[in-house]
Design a protein around this ligand. Structure first.
Ligand code: AMP
Length: 430
């Protein structure tokens, strides 16, 4: 009978998880693709602290959003500062843009980053309290071609990762000229149906009415489907901007779906908002893999100059989950072809030094320095499947030689210690 493991006293905090060695290649693969695509599109890497003044987020993302209202991890430091674990990247990158005077650099300025984020959400499948995103932002340009390029970058990263069946959901949520008018229209419509809305939406209707539009509750969905759509109430400029973004997507043959109910969780968005979602074979929308949009007012709101900007973020855990389901082949590390065995104290000391010589020569070597018996070490060498084992015994250590054992034939030769790297290189080439 399988023995039941006792629950350990300490476990990872709720909604957080260890990224185990077996999962590292998936994360690495994503970051490799992200770095490659970023480099190609001329994005420069930036890293911002994991914590920022909590006001940066409440001001930027908006107090009435779930992320700020319910999901921020806030901590008070011994010095009395009120800091928050970053729930997203954009506000921190804008802060850095302002702080370092990046507006003096040639614009548009393209930045990217990746790393962990924290949101105190209810943990469920694909939703964690600590998760990872990659994030791309373009500052200093309001033209629609930038929106299209941001979308193209996220789409290309997913394509490079061989994720198929993805579709871009896109909408425009207008700007400070047209959105207030639309908000009024929406609120007056929602008021007329208030009793049929869920309790969350009744609250949202007062605090952040646009958020009602992406409520997943069935009873709210019926009401939403008849609500006025912002796309029909955009001002001339927003309308033309959005039309151009869509024309670029058409030109690039990127598959998109106009989703008038897509508003996204953060207050700072203007005009284009989008998500890239996975579609089932039957065309059903599965989870969102990433998303973004334009945030023209944010830099100014946070104390900088008026700087239009647009960006996106991809959810790394969601992508890892997909890669695993799809059984994506990952290139594994090359196996060492050499094993270094040692017998006795002096040989062990020499072996440690020799091991480092191999590292400098860029030749991978396996070892089991904690073992003393040659038999046990040869067994391990055999299991790994190396071509040669280098044996350092007491006699060899004193004479300044080593034995090379050909693992296929069992033939052994003695070589001078200083010649070993050249000799191994020669044999590996054959
Ligand atoms: P957002 O920053 O909310 O626009 O999210 C961008 C992407 O990050 C989403 O499409 C998800 O793939 C991912 N994501 C957001 N929240 C979580 C979470 N709590 N756990 C895991 N992934 C998340």
């Amino acid at each position: 009978m399988a023995s039941r493991r006792k629950k350990p006293k300490f476990q990872a905090p709720t909604g957080m998880h260890d990224i185990l060695p077996e999962d590292q290649p998936y994360f690495q693969k994503i970051y490799d693709v992200v770095e490659r695509v970023a480099d190609f599109y001329n994005f420069q890497k930036i890293e911002v602290p994991m914590v920022e003044e909590s006001e940066l987020f409440s001001k930027g993302i908006g107090l009435a959003t779930d992320i700020i209202g319910k999901e921020m991890y806030i901590l008070r430091t011994k010095g009395g500062e009120c800091l928050a674990l970053r729930p997203e990247f954009t506000a921190g990158i804008c802060r850095a843009y302002i702080e370092h005077g990046f507006f003096n650099l040639p614009q548009p300025l393209k930045l990217f980053t990746y790393g962990p984020l924290f949101r105190y959400e209810r943990p469920q499948a694909g939703r964690f309290r600590q998760f990872h995103q990659f994030d791309f932002e373009i500052f200093g340009e309001k033209k629609p071609v930038i929106d299209a390029q941001v979308i193209q970058v996220l789409y290309n990263i997913l394509q490079e990762l061989k994720i198929k069946n993805i579709i871009i959901e896109i909408n425009s949520i207008g700007d400070s000229q047209c959105r207030p008018y639309y908000k009024k229209l929406l609120v007056s419509y929602l008021r007329s149906r208030e009793n049929a809305l869920c309790s969350d939406c009744r609250r949202r209707m007062r605090e952040n009415p646009l958020r009602v539009l992406d409520c997943k509750e069935e009873k709210c969905q019926r009401i939403i489907s008849e609500a006025p759509q912002i796309i029909n109430h955009l001002c001339g400029e927003c309308h033309d901007h959005f039309k151009e973004v869509l024309e670029f997507l058409d030109e690039m043959d990127l598959p998109y779906h106009l989703n008038p109910y897509l508003v996204r969780g953060l207050d700072y968005y203007t005009r284009t908002v989008f998500e890239i979602v996975e579609e089932s074979e039957e065309g059903k929308r599965l989870g969102s893999l990433g998303g973004g949009g334009r945030f023209d007012p944010l830099v100014k709101l946070l104390g900088g100059r008026d700087t239009p900007a647009c960006g996106m973020a991809g959810g790394v855990e969601r992508i890892v989950a997909l890669l695993k389901i799809k059984n994506t082949k990952l290139s594994s590390r090359s196996q060492p072809r050499i094993f270094l065995a040692q017998i006795g104290q002096l040989p062990k000391r020499r072996a440690l030094k020799l091991f480092d010589r191999f590292r400098k020569a860029n030749i991978r070597v396996a070892e089991s320095f904690s073992r003393d018996s040659l038999k046990a070490q040869l067994r391990i060498a055999d299991k790994i499947g190396v071509d040669y084992t280098i044996i350092l015994g007491q006699k060899e250590a004193l004479e300044g030689t080593v034995i090379i054992r050909d693992m296929k034939t069992g033939k052994q030769d003695t070589v001078k210690l200083e010649k070993i790297i050249t000799e191994i290189k020669k044999r590996l080439k054959k």
